[in-house]
Design a protein around this ligand. Structure first.
Ligand code: NAP
Length: 254
């Protein structure tokens, strides 16, 4: 029913681990030509080998590195049809202890990095004729809050502000700009936290399971299809119902 994505060129920033790796894996399964980007060369090369995709070492908080990502996709895959701007960091710091550097670092990667990557890939996305941009935002910031993550929440809500105007500006070029808002997703980083901790996270989710990285990947694939061409500027929550309960009671009586 959906048009195949086989042969499309897909860039996934932060594709060496976690959600980005899941997104890259799902796109690779569709037959798309995938390029992943990240800072740590060793982790990135290992992920690229495992997934059978191309890779480029790049830090999205630097404009020159974002240009390198776009150039590498052009050289390796002849263009860019889909950009998944997924790279992100989430250091925990209460507002009272937060330094200017903490704020700059989180906004620099999550918000500025998103904007720089989209800008760098624009000419190729326009040339594609069916360009797709998918930002990995979060429920934290746009919908919910979490102590220690005020800078992170601001960056993730900021991505949606960016998305709306970018979607407007790029609509006449046939490029859609959407966002996925993951809830609690099971990544390698969470695996070592112990079952008690994970049980607590599961208990907050009406579907009683953590999301998989592929759950987020499938949402990205859907937004990349030709059939999703009329959806733009949309924040798509992928959270198993986590944001729905209006109170602890609503969750408790399930
Ligand atoms: P993760 O496992 O720590 O992976 C983050 C990825 O981003 C890695 O590949 C990392 O590689 C890369 N990265 C970080 N900073 C970068 C930079 N400056 N330039 C290029 N690459 C960079 O994190 P995750 O949990 O998968 O999170 C991925 C995205 O999902 C983030 O935007 C996060 O905010 C969002 N999210 C996650 C969850 C969740 O439950 N996990 C929920 C909501 C939203 P290097 O460190 O080697 O650069």
């Amino acid at each position: 029913m959906f048009t195949s994505l086989a042969g499309r060129s897909v860039v996934v920033t932060g594709g060496s681990k976690g959600i980005g790796k899941g997104i890259a894996r799902v796109f690779a399964r569709t037959g798309a030509k995938v390029l992943i980007a990240g800072r740590d060369a060793e982790t990135l090369a290992a992920a690229a080998k495992e997934l059978g995709v191309a890779h480029v070492v790049a830090d999205v908080s630097h404009a020159a590195d974002c240009e390198l990502i776009a150039r590498t996709a052009m050289e390796r895959h002849g263009g860019i049809d889909v950009l998944c701007a997924n790279a992100g960091v989430f250091p925990d710091r209460r507002l009272a202890e937060m330094t200017e550097t903490d704020i700059d670092d989180v906004l620099g990667v999550n918000l500025k990095g998103t904007m720089l990557c989209v800008r760098a890939c624009l000419p190729a996305l326009e040339a594609s004729g069916r360009g797709r941009v998918i930002l990995t935002s979060s429920i934290t910031g746009p919908v919910t809050g979490y102590p220690g993550w005020s800078h992170y929440g601001a960056s993730k809500a900021g991505q949606l502000g960016f998305m709306r105007t970018a979607a407007l500006e790029l609509a006449p070029k046939g490029i859609t700009v959407n966002a996925v808002l993951p809830g609690n997703i099971m990544t390698e980083g969470l695996a070592g936290m112990g079952e008690d901790y994970l049980d607590g996270m599961r208990a907050a989710i009406p579907m009683r399971r953590l999301g998989s990285v592929e759950d987020v990947g499938h949402a990205c694939v859907f937004l990349s299809t030709d059939e999703a061409a009329f959806i733009t500027g949309h924040p798509l929550v992928v959270d198993g119902g986590q944001i729905l309960p209006e109170s602890q009671d609503a969750l408790g009586v399930l």
